[in-house]
Design a protein around this ligand. Structure first.
Ligand SMILES: C[C@@H](C(=O)O)C(=O)SCCNC(=O)CCNC(=O)[C@H](O)C(C)(C)COP(=O)(O)OP(=O)(O)OC[C@H]1O[C@@H](n2cnc3c(N)ncnc32)[C@H](O)[C@@H]1OP(=O)(O)O
Ligand SMILES: [Co+2]
Length: 133
């Protein structure tokens, strides 16, 4: 079903300031910054080993990252797992009774196809499925 951890999504208040920590203290390299309008986020990707850290700053006070920070503070907001065929994965999740936030894939950073599973169906973790072609 899932192949690897594609990325770990971390909600932050200030992307530029947080990036200093990831670059200068942890020594990670920035792979690029992108705005994903549909998710109301500005995203930075920092590869590490076979996966990536995704730093997310909200571009809108009503967006999911702004709401997350308001309720829980900064921190890990989701884990993304790589799949080969997201449409098939979504159907399989639904057939297993999992509540999907997205029943059809959306487009995420880097043009990936993404879909979220509801944390109430996954024992408390917001899970993103992610297909990259
Ligand atoms: C760019 C892209 C990419 O990778 O390419 C991205 O990652 S975009 C990354 C940002 N986009 C997204 O997150 C889109 C999907 N997320 C959403 O649709 C939303 O954030 C929801 C997950 C449905 C939460 O919505 P909302 O805050 O309105 O609901 P709510 O506060 O009523 O929360 C319902 C329950 O879920 C819990 N809950 C909320 N957010 C959670 C999270 N991130 N992890 C774990 N639990 C979470 C709340 O504590 C609450 O539990 P209790 O009832 O027990 O208190
Ligand atoms: Co993500």
């Amino acid at each position: 079903m899932v192949k690897k951890v594609d990325h770990i999504g971390i909600a932050v208040k200030n992307l530029e300031e947080t990036l200093k920590f990831y670059k200068e203290v942890l020594g990670l390299e920035l792979n690029g910054i992108e705005i994903v309008e549909q998710q109301k986020v500005k995203v930075a990707f920092l590869p590490i080993g076979d996966t990536e850290i995704e730093l997310l700053e909200s571009t809108d006070k009503e967006g999911p990252i702004a709401k997350y920070i308001e309720k829980k503070g900064e921190g890990i907001q989701h884990i993304a797992y790589r799949v080969d065929d997201i449409e098939k994965a979504i159907e399989e999740m639904k057939s297993k009774g999992i509540r999907m936030i997205d029943e059809k894939p959306r487009y995420g950073a880097g043009g990936a196809k993404i879909a979220f599973l509801h944390p109430k169906s996954t024992y408390g973790v917001l899970i993103e499925l992610c297909q990259r072609d």
